[in-house]
Design a protein around this ligand. Structure first.
Ligand SMILES: [Zn+2]
Length: 145
């Protein structure tokens, strides 16, 4: 069992997520995650179940690339929107929040830290994945001491 990890803001060191169990192996990712866009009208399902942080890199990333050829897969930590702390706010760039039922996340990072750093992208429209993806250059994925 890997130690729990959380996402931190690189700039101000604030913790941005609950403590999460990392998913790094693709068989585990396949078993736990829901790699499917939401269905308009149906109850939305989180891509990554609450309590977990999917590390989208290496074999996990390669498997998604094979599964979704031609799609741009965002690298970073993928997690449930319900695992974000209150330190994570919405951007004031309204264009990045465009969507039908929620931000689609296709216009760039739309979630910021209280210090203003862009820390990730929420997708939660009725036809997208329901997910948060970290902005790797502005965040740190650290294990619990
Ligand atoms: Zn910050």
């Amino acid at each position: 069992m890997m130690k729990q990890h959380a996402l931190f803001c690189k700039k101000c060191k604030t913790r941005l997520t609950h403590w999460l169990v990392p998913i790094v192996a693709d068989d585990q990712a396949q078993a736990l995650c829901h790699f499917k866009e939401c269905d308009p009208g149906a109850e939305p399902v989180d891509t990554v179940p609450p309590g977990y942080g999917l590390v989208m890199a290496d074999k996990v990333l390669q498997a998604r690339k094979d599964e979704w050829p031609g799609t741009r897969i965002q690298e970073g930590i993928w997690l449930s929107l319900s695992d974000l702390t209150d330190a994570v706010c919405y951007t004031t760039l309204t264009r990045r929040l465009s969507g039908c039922c929620g931000p689609s996340g296709i216009d760039g990072p739309n979630r910021i830290c209280t210090c203003g750093a862009e820390v990730g992208t929420e997708s939660s429209d009725c036809w997208t994945l329901r997910n948060f993806v970290s902005e790797t250059k502005n965040t740190e994925w650290k294990e619990q001491e």
